[in-house]
Design a protein. Sequence first.
Length: 374
Amino acid sequence: MKIGITCYPTYGGSGIVATELGLELAHRGHDVHFITYANPIRLGPGSSRIHYHEVEVSSYPLFQYPPYCLALASRMAEVARTYHLDLLHVHYAIPHSIAALLARQMLAAERSLPFITTLHGTDITLVGADPSYFPITRFSIDQSDGVTSISHYLRRHTEEIFHVTRDIRVIHNFVNCHIYHPAPERRREEKVLVHLSNFRPVKRVLDCIRILAAVRREVPARLMMVGDGPERGPAERLTQELGLEPYVDFLGKQDHIERLLPSMHVLLLPSELESFGLAALEAMACGVPPVATRVGGLPELVTHGVDGFLEAPGDTAAQAARVVQLLSDSALYHSVSAAARHTAESRFSTNLIIPQYERYYEEVAARPLASAVS
Ligand code: GMT
């Protein structure tokens, strides 16, 4: 098929999923057209089946807020017409699904252009729940020709909050287990914890520092903080206050975390809410057990005590105790690490999940358009 993909191309889970989905689809013979304001970060060197179309937003003195959604809709329609796209697949509801809806309407007289919206989490739980965006988010879900959600939790939450009754297909996030794989020989003697996120408040980044402080009372360990965002400064300050500077590295944004993860021992994901927890899945594929929180979609990924641990958000003592348990019992560590890899391979690998998207594309493309039905 010829598929147009739109996402937030910078760092963030939804952009990573969209980019890696595009790469996998191209690998399976589809033509993929990314329509975004910047080249998606994980796109890497080109493939003849991957195309990138930049959305340019011109400013004008009258525009206090340049209308990105309109520039995106125009570009989507233009690319769809020129390259005969079969459908658009947009990641993150606002504003991408509204732009896709406009593009579909712009082309309605000449061709059909169905669009699928994938809900990732904060587009529903934070942005969508904001009174300014609530009605347009609900409208965009209703108007999409297909809607997918990355977890059962997020589907239930969307149905409850927006009172939508339409079908929402759950297609979990995925990981390429050939790219993300364990390399225990790369693990150092010193125990290393890792946190990976966009450092937004919802991630409870400061809890990672508190967990390290508690862990170090029992086991020598250090912490790698990967990513950047608003909570980085406060996390750096807390590190200083607790005298942990020699043991914490703030690495900033990293492009190749598949090279970094296999040398780590435990992933910390102390989030307040996580609709799926892609970072946990990537770590698990590398045989790195996650110590995370029992929130949102994380229990669909992590089975407590088997392939990782889940504790209450904010309970840093309990999370630290799980880390200590893993680091001081090598039989337990090896069993949880192997189970984590097994979960990634047997339930969330690309060869299981990508065909679910392909089947959904075919289903949606074969249906009459939502616009024609309503
Ligand atoms: O919170 C983030 O990491 C960013 C956000 C996004 O949309 O870029 O992530 C959401 O989508 C990810 C990919 O599907 C999920 O793995 C994250 O759990 C989800 N974040 C939240 O629900 C807070």
